[in-house]
Design a protein around this ligand. Structure first.
Ligand SMILES: Cc1ncc(COP(=O)(O)O)c(C=O)c1O
Length: 363
């Protein structure tokens, strides 16, 4: 009999958004719009796929464990050394490394009540205590309350900016006031998975500009660059943090095609701009639509918009009815927001499909 540690027994399996195949099998709708997983509906840069295919010629060899080409290029673009950069299998891969590397059993992780579940699963699977501070009534990270909750056991504070699933962000002033209260022994993870959609907002704090010794900034190729399936993301931090993480990293992550695709996609500025435009226009279109329909929504700095329905039953009915029409959206009970639904910005025809389907639903 293989015994399982109690903190692992308590974990619940990850429930992803429905796949296209599942929806086709169950409802067989005419068309499908997958707006549930904050993916890039435009696809990805063809340059990324070409580079990945080229790299496969040497697929019999192990990947570069130092991921040097990508780290050097990111270093150049952000005016830092490759020693300040780490690449991982998605930004979640880097997050996993952080939880494996820095926690001791008596440590605590601190974050908000409704945020990226990946971090919560990682902390729970490491078996350390997790403290979650409620969001503000505006669905924002409550940085004052999080700062107040820091104590001598706190090892890591996780902040997603913009946050998933709410799409909200905290400002330069809020971030600076928060960091002034964070002791040096606390590592702050600034998860900026949606940075490219928020970076142009005037009071959005780009954590890379501060170069603080106890902050690691995480970014990803999964969202704006559309490479979610490759699993490639990265982190920026003080070189002592990076060199420690590199000791723990699985040597051959990320894969060769993932490294090549990430590197090549950095050059396709036109694709990135097209994505940013799609998301900006799509968010505005959602705001106009939900305002017209009298549906409460939360303004977003990411590639999705969260709507707030009257109660959980309404959210269940809404997502089920949309699914029957082929529109996949995401309910949020796992985030502690049972009356809310997150909808990813889609291509114009997917937005048409969403609106037409919505209009057919009786609330
Ligand atoms: C806030 C946040 N961080 C990290 C991730 C994971 O991204 P990656 O694909 O780089 O692991 C996601 C994905 O949804 C996310 O929403």
């Amino acid at each position: 009999m293989i015994t399982v540690p109690s903190h692992i027994q308590k974990l619940k399996p990850y429930i992803a958004g429905k796949t296209i195949e599942e929806v086709v099998k169950t409802y067989n709708p005419k068309t499908i719009s997958k707006l549930a997983s904050n993916e890039n509906r435009l696809g990805c840069s063809p340059k990324a796929n070409e580079a990945a295919i080229q790299s496969m010629k040497m697929i019999m060899n192990y990947p570069d464990p130092a991921c040097l080409n990508l780290r050097s290029e990111l270093g150049k673009r952000f005016d830092i050394k490759p020693e300040n950069v780490i690449a991982g299998s998605g930004s979640e891969g880097v997050m996993a490394l952080i939880t494996r590397t820095f926690f001791e059993d008596h440590h605590t992780a601190l974050t908000a009540s409704a945020t990226f579940i990946g971090f919560i699963v990682l902390v729970n699977s490491r078996g350390v205590k997790l403290v979650q501070v409620p969001l503000t009534p505006e669905y924002k990270f409550d940085l004052n309350a999080i700062a107040d909750a820091i104590d001598e056991t706190t090892k890591v504070v996780y902040l997603a900016n913009p946050n998933n699933p709410t799409g909200t962000f905290f400002t330069v002033t809020e971030f600076e006031a928060f960091m002034a209260k964070v002791p040096e022994h606390v590592l702050v993870i600034m998860d900026e998975a949606y940075f490219e959609f928020a970076g142009d907002i005037a009071d959005y704090p780009d954590s890379m500009k501060y170069k603080m010794d106890n902050v690691i900034t995480l970014r990803t190729f999964s969202k704006a660059y559309g490479l979610a399936g490759y699993r490639i993301g990265y982190g920026f931090a003080h070189e002592d943090i990076i060199s420690t993480l590199l000791k723990v990293k699985l040597p051959f992550e990320p894969s060769t095609p993932a490294q090549a695709a990430g590197l090549a996609s950095l050059d396709d500025v036109a694709f990135l701009n097209k994505t940013k435009d799609l998301v900006k226009n799509g968010r505005e279109r959602f705001y106009r639509f939900f305002t017209e329909k009298g549906i409460e929504f939360v303004e977003s700095a990411s590639n999705s918009v969260m709507i707030v329905l009257e109660n959980e039953q309404q959210a269940i009915r809404f997502t089920d009815e949309m699914l029957k029409k082929g529109v996949i959206t995401r309910r949020l009970p796992a985030f502690g927001l049972p009356n809310c639904v997150r909808i990813t910005v889609g291509l114009p025809h997917e937005m048409d499909h969403f609106e037409a389907s919505f209009n057919e639903i009786v609330f």
